[in-house]
Design a binder for this molecule. Sequence first.
Ligand code: PMP
Length: 283
Amino acid sequence: MSRIAYVNGAYVPLSHAYVHIEDRGYQFADGIYEGIAVRRGRMVDLEPHLNRLWRSLGELSIQAPMDRGPMTAVFKEVIRQNRARDAFLYIQVTRGVAKRDHGFPADSWPALVITCRRVDFDQVAARAKAGVKAVSHPDIRWGRCDVKSVSLLPNVLAKQAARDAGAFETVLVDKDGFVTEGSSTNIWMVTKDGTLVTRSTADNILPGITRMTVSELAHGHQMVIEERAFSLEEAKDAAELFLTSSTAGAMPIIELDGNKIGDGTPGPVASRLAAAYMDFMNA
Ligand code: PMP
């Protein structure tokens, strides 16, 4: 069965899903997106994703294409038409189609595009058991990384650096040597005394929804969390490192820039959180 996309009011086969060449998302990356995991047909953390979507729109003064209720109904219909059980729902809103001019157009209508692709969460769980490798890369992004903008070229280049190095993710490092986040994930370390450390969302990173849920799960397991910047050197010397994202869950990092993290296998804290997040998705 071919995949079905939602494009500005219509459900269409992916092979026929097009937007206008003067869409401002295409010409200026003038748009935002969301990504929601679907587990056993149910959207994971739907409300926080909707909150972040509306926040991103508000920060860029892009009008919402519809209210939350109808938008949720469209999400469900895309999932239904794709017969998706385990999947990733991608939602993109741009400022819409207008004659090319940098300033906001007076009369454009926001464009909404939604796609859905399958995800094998058994494979994700297996990867979490093995752990993944990461490499570091300078964070060359802008000062509004809290907005989930489709302007992702620096993230694209960073992810490719990981692929070129045979790694799963790139750990981005700011000009002062501190880890910001991954190219499409949030980054955490576990210190030798067992404290979880992750950068504050007030410090120019994306407020990850998985980061939030994993924080809650960690609190539930009586783990101590510190929100602060940590350097690349600290990360390399940490007891454990892991990343979080909607499709990866909590994923142990076992190697950074060729240095083993801990003993080079997934540590107990990250492994416990990976399992707890999987249970949360399954609940
Ligand atoms: N940081 C960045 C830069 C991302 O692109 C993502 C994934 N969209 C994340 C973190 C993780 O966010 P979430 O847990 O909401 O998927």
